[in-house]
Design a protein around this ligand. Sequence first.
Ligand code: HH2
Length: 299
Amino acid sequence: MPRETHTLTFNAPVPKAYKSGSAHRYSWEGVALMGILNVTPDSFSDGGQHLGPEAALAQAATLIKDGATVLDVGGESTRPGAEPVAAETELDRILPVLRGLRGTEVLISVDTYKPEVAAEALRAGAHLVNDVTGLRDPEMVRVCAEIGAPAVVMHMQGTPRTMQRAPHYDDVQRVVLTELRANAERALAAGVPSVMLDPGIGFGKTLEHNVTLLRGLFELVALRYPVLLGASRKGLIGVLSGDAAGAGVGAGERDFGSVALHLWGAQQGVAMVRVHNVAAHAQALKVWAALEGGADGRA
Ligand code: HH2
């Protein structure tokens, strides 16, 4: 089976993009890797590890060396129960890192749902926006359209503070697909140059909701937008691997299960996976792609 080509469109030049009319297109084959760079004290897996710019830039260099195509820089944890932080705090954390990353040969996304943070981050060198609220705020749509930056439209029910209290859907697959498609169409109609869709694993979802969405990823892929999947080290990896309370296995010990889950997504056609351990995923995806594509693995 030939590997699928995926494309994101920007209205400004970005590393490794080609010009097509007034647009700049960034294309890749198969599954690309988005490396997670949380510049926060409290992220569920890597909180506090890369808080200062020096530590963050060292981690960025590792993620790039290991094969990341995109670095996702975030200054606020959105784990269940997390309290929001002020825009100024988020910017103080991420701006030095974004400035330090200028000139690198990878794409930089900013993981924020605040339009004012996105605008500043895009001006400081980020190329796209990763919005866990799925462009709920019309001002975020306006910022992305005006600057000409693509956006990740992720599905979340509620807000991080309360989303895991009692998630409820009549038909989770239908609701998530319908909302993502509507938000994508609204964004594109308003001038956002392109979008990726993300089912939002763990965001206002029970284990059963997550599993339903993971089993039906091919339907999200069939909407013909690039799909991003992010389950790296999340609680469901612990639960699915036999740790019923999801507490016995530390987040840092969930890379094996994360790789398995993301390969499951690859099999269904996702375009990108958002991961902490880029090296492990790069190796696994190369092996999978070699077998899947009939290549000899040396490509
Ligand atoms: N998950 C997290 C944060 N941002 N963005 C997208 N598009 N998809 C995701 O699944 C996603 C995301 C949560 O993970 P992490 O960044 O590791 O933790 P925290 O929110 O605690 O910083």
